[in-house]
Design a protein around this ligand. Structure first.
Ligand SMILES: [Zn+2]
Length: 251
């Protein structure tokens, strides 16, 4: 038996709000225990140092510096703090655009913040890994990314059209998919259209799953099972593919 036939033990959770769980430290310890490579996103720069401290020294958990588009109205002035902290991490998120708001001025401010963040990532010495939110704003997110990506860009919980998906792929982005996407028809259609070497798994916990037991890094076994059945492959093959994708993404 060669090494490649051994079942893989590691999983990937490319987008988890670790700091919004009741016991973040325990979640981080569990991610390591279960060997789940986890990107611990944050929604505002002021919470990043706390998440970073919890994840420090943990080889599986990467704290990401974020400024969520839905917080731009209240925390947009923290962009300066974001820029100051950027050199301390390779991982960025959650950032992006959210057009649930119909406020034109607010959308404009979101774009200004997002574009500034991308510019700083592009100018950074290290190649950043950026997890991006694009609800109802896929076209503008893709346009903001431009032809040359400022690092590895992962569109999380993508809900755009198939055409927008094509544009995103042409730009070279990856996707992280969760159990909510894999259980709905429109999400499944999108995941089927994604090349397998561009797909990662995510929990987006605690926003996905029941409130009492939200999806978390340790739920990724189930997400891999759903993905494998969608792909029509063995679980181990899906797991191996996602793991290889993640290692390429953070290389
Ligand atoms: Zn999120």
């Amino acid at each position: 038996m060669t090494m490649s036939h051994q079942p893989p033990h590691e999983y990937v959770d490319a987008h988890c709000h670790v700091d919004l769980f009741r016991e973040p430290a325990r979640l981080v310890a569990d991610a390591a225990k279960h060997q789940v490579h986890t990107i611990a996103v944050t929604n505002a720069p002021f919470v990043f140092p706390h998440t970073e401290a919890i994840a420090r020294g943990n080889p599986f958990v990467h704290a990401a510096l974020g400024l969520h588009p839905e917080l731009v109205a209240t925390h947009g002035q923290q962009l300066g703090r974001f820029v100051e902290l950027l050199s301390s991490t390779r991982f960025v998120g959650e950032v992006g655009l959210d057009y649930s708001t119909h406020d034109v001025e607010l959308r404009k401010r979101q774009r200004a913040v997002f574009e500034s963040i991308l510019q700083h990532c592009a100018g950074a010495r290290e190649r950043k890994v950026i997890t991006v939110h694009s609800r109802r704003a896929a076209s503008d997110v893709i346009a903001a990314l431009g032809a040359k990506l400022p690092g590895t860009v992962i569109l999380h919980w993508f809900t755009g059209t198939l055409r927008e998906l094509e544009h995103a792929l042409a730009a070279g982005v990856m996707f992280s998919v969760n159990s909510a996407m894999l259980s709905g028809q429109s999400g499944q259609r999108l995941v089927r259209a994604m090349p397998r070497d561009m797909v990662l798994t995510e929990s987006d916990g605690p926003f996905v799953g029941p409130k009492t037991a939200p999806e978390s890094p340790t739920s990724m076994e189930g997400t891999i099972a759903s993905l494998a059945s969608l792909w029509g492959v063995e679980r181990e093959e899906a797991q191996r593919t996602v793991l290889a994708n993640f290692k390429r993404a953070i290389r």
